[in-house]
Design a protein around this ligand. Structure first.
Ligand code: S3P
Length: 442
């Protein structure tokens, strides 16, 4: 089984461009496919998850050309131009692809079926199926899990819906179905979540208003293709923000990172912990803000993470837990039960790994308490013992424990790492260039 072997490194440094954003790459493919005209995409993330979405769109008759690394032309077929796939669409490991596609396919004239890998087949899908049914969609799941079967030719109605969980995937699935509905759709969010769908719909000519936790969308006759530049993925940059904070050295510069404020909760959390992070060269990539991030080593302090920041940092907790172990005192995370239904149960799996490396922690139903270093511990000393980590096939768990090697006193072996390629195929190369002693064993 593919695994990483890391050796203690201690120092990190360098200047890197962060590969394209996964969430935005999925949306560029889906909206580009149903727009009228050609959408040219640059900075597209060629990871397994996004390639699964690309394959699904091609199976439904969309021509997509990859004309240079990270550069695509999506020849849109219009809102009603997708063709019935001849087989179930396999979305691999990607929860985003499956949930957004459920919304998109609810509005088609044909039947379809969505499947995925062993991890995706266990993930909850009723959170999207239930509101889509309220709109008139015909969707079956297997006791709430995939396969998701979607009946064609349903007459969809716009809805007013209060999301029970803060989830951009649920919000986006409903907005995509709303494109095919009679009347407007209005969503009320319990917490702020990433708004890439709203921004991209707006730039493709569909009016979406968002304010005070409410999103309002009016369907349009057509989406108009628009060229897009995908910013670097903040969630990939996160591993290096933590690496640059906990390691000695000159720090790291991360170029071209998307800094949409609905994604950057980790910046606020690390700032509260005393991290030295600076955003420079602010610019925009179409509808999305971008900056370079400079991170320097710092003495972190444990905190109780404010709950309103949890949805804004939802994918960054594995990396944050490594930072917490290196901070002085206790870090407490609550209000984060959503972590239990990601690619793995990220509370249980991170706790298992931290414990294996000698860090004390206590699992809470909705979070975790992590004991950092005592006040008298010298800065920069090793925090993690060596050991073996089972990443449970979760890409972000594997990358988080690779970063831990910067403060380990012995080798760490990380098992089941193939899924790093679902979001960040270049991780081993960039991590090595940044100073980690990491050997990827195929
Ligand atoms: C995503 C939304 C989040 C996030 C996932 C990507 C998206 O999921 O964890 O990695 O692209 O919309 P939830 O909506 O389930 O929180």
């Amino acid at each position: 089984m593919p695994h990483y072997i890391t050796q203690p490194a201690g120092r990190a440094g360098g200047d890197f461009r962060i590969p394209g954003d996964k969430s935005i790459s999925h949306r560029a493919l889906m909206l580009g496919s149903i727009a009228e005209g050609t959408t040219e995409v640059r900075g597209f993330l060629e990871s397994e998850d996004c390639l699964a979405t690309m394959k699904a769109m091609r199976t439904m008759g969309v021509r997509i050309e990859q004309f240079a690394p990270g550069a695509l032309r999506v020849y849109g077929v219009g809102l009603r131009g997708l063709r019935q796939p001849g087989r179930a669409l396999d979305l691999g490991n990607s929860g985003t692809a499956m949930r957004l596609m459920t919304g998109l396919l609810s509005g088609q004239t044909f039947d379809s079926e969505l499947i995925g890998d062993a991890s995706l087949m266990k993930r909850p899908m009723e959170r999207v199926a239930a509101p889509l049914r309220l709109m008139g969609a015909r969707i079956d799941t297997d006791q709430g899990r995939p396969p998701v079967r979607i009946g064609g030719a349903a007459a969809l109605q716009g809805i007013r819906y209060t999301l029970p969980v803060a989830s951009a995937q649920v919000k986006s699935a409903i907005l995509l179905a709303g494109l095919y509905a009679q009347g407007a759709t209005m969503l009320i969010e319990p917490g702020i979540t990433r708004d890439h769908t709203e921004r991209m719909l707006q730039s493709f000519g569909c009016p979406v208003q968002a304010a005070h936790g409410e999103v309002h969308m009016t369907p349009v006759e057509r989406l108009v293709a628009r060229s897009l530049e995908v910013p670097g993925d903040f969630s990939s940059a996160a591993f290096f923000m933590v690496a640059g904070s906990i390691a000695a050295g000159n720090g790291l510069t991360l170029r071209g990172v998307g800094v949409n404020p609905t994604r950057t909760g980790l910046l606020d959390i690390l700032a509260l912990m005393g991290a030295d992070l600076r955003l420079i060269n602010h610019r925009s990539a179409g509808a999305e803000p971008v900056a370079d991030i400079e991170v320097r080593p710092s003495r972190l302090q444990g905190i109780h993470v404010p709950e309103h920041l949890v949805p804004l940092a939802i994918d960054e907790f594995p990396a944050l837990f490594i930072a917490a172990a290196c901070a002085q005192g206790e870090t407490r995370v609550t209000g984060a039960e959503e972590l239990r239904v990601k690619e793995s149960d990220r509370i249980a799996v991170m706790a298992e790994g931290l414990t294996a490396l000698g860090v004390s922690c206590e699992v809470l139903p909705d979070g975790i308490r992590i004991q950092g270093r005592p006040a008298e511990a010298p800065a920069g000393e090793a925090v993690f013992a060596g050991g073996t980590i089972d990443s449970h096939g979760d890409h972000r768990i594997a990358m988080a424990f690779a970063v831990a090697s910067l403060r380990a006193n012995a080798a760490i072996r990380i098992d089941d790492v193939a899924n790093v390629a679902t979001s960040f195929p270049d991780f081993p190369a960039i991590a090595t260039a940044a100073g980690l002693h990491l050997r990827a064993v195929p």
